[in-house]
Design a protein around this ligand. Structure first.
Ligand code: GLA
Ligand code: ZN
Length: 666
């Protein structure tokens, strides 16, 4: 178990480093991440490297037993790089070139920038690769963004040549006959900037794919420059889940040795702990257990405006939440709140003044607990029987054409997640390329893009006894080209669903049924098997015609009153549910409950709202985490006799303090 901090020695006078290291050691910090924005200090001018300061900082830390993850600094190219060639600055979708003054101001396809990247990464590797003080590397920082510059345009045209082979094929696949867009030369193909009003959906989606590939390729460039110099260090990149959907993380993660991500549950309002849970489950789904939180919130967040400060206990609680869901490392962002720069108010473990305070004590307490039980409470596997599919490409296709003003693919996934999370049924969040044969059930909301291969894999899954939950706007598009299918919906999935869509309506903004804008018709799950439960449809409504399936829910108002709103079909040894509309939260909980009962899912005990119960590990190793996200004390029954780790006592009931955590074994 790693407990670390993100540290920026370059922000502080060197005579402070010793004190920092001392305080870290006292707090039980065993790792720092360094240097991921320190390019101007490491290479003040081209080819003249200055790593001595970094070496000294590492020495000060290492002499106190603190190991290092080094970041490559490419998220922050210094002014001299930009001044030499301003075309490195990325161009946004309006065609405007970004300026210098923040970070992430570069195009990943720019040849000169790629040279700069190779040079700095190689130099760092040559200086520090294999250094015994190092345990890992982080490449860049939170890759993101889409660039629309001329280099990208050229690279995109090459990418298309590779994909389609000929212009004939491309014209056919994109349907460029529409509005006279047939291309006679590759060079004629534009980028989907806002300079044209509404692009061809095939082109648009391909650009998003290309853009994602560009980041994967740019990361590969760094890996190639770094790998030959490495010893035992493991390489990662810090992913970001909230709102960062532009890169297919399953591809970005492929070449990395381990996954890490940056967790900030409290930005404004209430802490977003259910989302954090889903993000941990995605990190685990992408890379297995053993991922790290490379930046864990340790103070009020904010650049110009400050969020509430984490309440006493919350920093630990969020850290335990990560461990419960498969993390093996927690690195707190950041060690000390900076006196300068954009992030002056993004608080760390220490405040600006640098003296230990309440948050320092909490981190220290966490580190001490990890010293005692860290190993014991982080077994290798998190037992999971259900997977929720998140398809990045489908997300992009909806970004381009949301279908309904109310449709947000991320949010729909989270709505499904909510039902299971609330019942403490563990889920892996996975991408469709992942092998899903070991799961008992798959939830695949809004599976918009489907190809034959995916259809076959889903059919095999269900035929073998799996339960598949699908929803509206599934099978609408051919995935290669973003064309609408030439079939009744849900297209390729119709056989599986055993029903088809007779007609549909958006519920986005238009009155439907009740006459109130944005409000959908009433729907009700039929008494069997879900137990009667009702609510209002959201986002979209399909009018279903059943081929072989039975109705699962009916419309209870509106023009389709009495007709099926959801269906259930037996297929092979398995079952397929199709939801013709977005469901309200209570119905998502009902659906999850039904699946839990039906599959006899082991999951953890049911808990009051705001309390998570999560098992990590199996058999003798299994550890139960109880996490109270409420401001109030909560008493609950464990539903079995368990041994609490802290007291060593066996209990059937426990009282959790506000934001409290308790750990148990059988
Ligand atoms: C991100 C970055 C950090 C820092 C924090 C706080 O997640 O990776 O460098 O900027 O947010 O803003
Ligand atoms: Zn570019």
């Amino acid at each position: 178990m790693i407990v670390g901090v993100d540290y920026y020695p370059e922000h502080w006078p060197e005579d402070r480093w010793e004190r920092d290291a001392e305080l870290m050691e006292e707090a039980g910090i065993g790792l720092v991440r360094l240097a991921e924005f320190a390019w101007s200090k490491m290479e003040p001018e081209e080819g003249s490297f200055n790593f001595d300061w970094l070496d000294r900082a590492m020495e000060v830390l290492y002499s106190r037993g603190i190991e290092v993850v080094l970041g490559t600094p490419t998220a922050a190219p210094p002014a001299w790089i930009i001044e030499e060639d301003r075309s490195i600055l990325p161009v946004d979708e309006n065609g405007d070139r970004e300026g210098f003054g923040a970070r992430r101001h570069y195009c990943p396809n720019h040849p000169r920038y790629r040279e700069h990247t190779r040079r700095i990464v190689k130099a760092m590797g040559e200086r520090f690769g294999g250094d015994p003080r190092l345990v890992g590397w982080q490449l860049d920082n939170e890759f993101s963004g889409r660039c629309y510059c001329d280099y990208c345009k050229e690279a995109f045209q090459d990418w298309l040549k590779e994909k389609y082979g000929s212009l004939e094929e491309l014209n056919e696949e994109w349907g460029t006959i529409f509005w006279s867009q047939e291309y006679g030369e590759w060079e004629e193909i534009p980028l989907p900037t806002t300079r044209a009003r509404a692009h061809n959906p095939g082109l648009h989606l391909d650009y998003y794919r290309f853009s994602s590939d560009s980041w994967v390729d740019y990361q590969d460039l760094q890996l190639e420059a770094l790998r030959p110099t490495l010893g035992d260090e493991r390489v990662t990149h810090n992913f970001m889940f909230a709102g960062f959907t532009g890169i297919d993380y399953s591809e970005l993660g492929e070449e990395l040795d381990f996954l890490s991500w940056d967790n900030y549950p409290l930005i404004s309002g209430e802490p977003r702990t259910e989302r954090a849970a889903a993000a941990h489950d995605l990190a685990r789904g992408l890379g297995g257990t053993g991922f790290w939180v490379m930046e864990e919130q340790s103070g009020p967040s904010g650049w110009n405006v400050v969020s509430a400060t984490p309440r006493p206990g919350q920093i630990k609680l969020w850290s335990y939440q990560a461990l419960a869901r498969g993390a093996d490392g927690i690195v707190f962002f950041r060690w000390r709140t900076c006196r300068v720069g954009t992030e002056q108010y993004w608080h760390g473990v220490l405040d600006h003044h640098g003296e230990p305070g309440r948050r320092y004590d909490e981190v220290k307490e966490f580190a001490r607990e990890m010293e005692e039980v860290g190993k014991e409470i982080t077994p290798d596997r998190v037992p999971v029987e259900v997977a929720l599919i998140k398809d990045y490409e489908t997300g992009w296709a909806f970004e381009i054409q949301p279908n309904s003003t109310e449709l947000d693919y991320e949010e729909e996934g989270l709505a499904h997640y909510h039902g299971f999370h609330r019942l403490n049924v563990p889920l892996d969040v996975i991408t469709p390329g992942e092998d899903f044969s070991d799961y008992g059930a798959l939830i695949a909301p809004n599976l918009y893009l489907v190809n034959e291969e995916l259809r076959k894999r889903l059919e095999r899954f269900v035929r073998g006894g799996g339960t598949l939950i699908l929803s509206y706007r599934s099978g609408v598009k051919e995935s290669r080209n973003n064309k609408v299918v030439n079939q009744l919906l849900p297209g390729e999935l119709r056989q599986l669903v055993g029903a088809h869509v007779e007609e549909y309506t958006t519920l986005g903004g238009s009155p439907w049924g009740e006459g109130k804008a944005g409000e959908g018709p009433a729907i009700e799950f039929l008494p069997h098997p879900l137990g009667s439960m009702s609510g209002r449809a959201r986002v979209w409504a399909d009018r279903l015609k059943l081929d072989r399936a039975r109705p699962l829910a009916l419309y209870r108002s509106g023009p389709w009153e009495g007709e099926p709103a959801a269906s259930i079909n037996e297929y092979g040894a398995g079952t397929v549910i199709y939801l013709g509309s977005g469901l309200p939260r209570n119905m998502h909980r009902g659906l999850a409950y039904w699946l839990k009962e039906r599959m006899e899912l082991s999951g953890a005990a049911e808990t009051p709202a705001g309390v998570e119960a999560v098992w990590r590990g199996e058999g003798d190793e299994a550890v139960l985490y109880l996490l109270n996200h409420n401001a109030e004390e909560v008493t609950l029954s464990l539903q079995e006799d368990l041994k609490e780790l802290k007291s060593g006592e066996r209990r059937e009931e426990i009282t959790l303090s506000p934001y409290g955590v308790a750990l148990f074994r059988r």
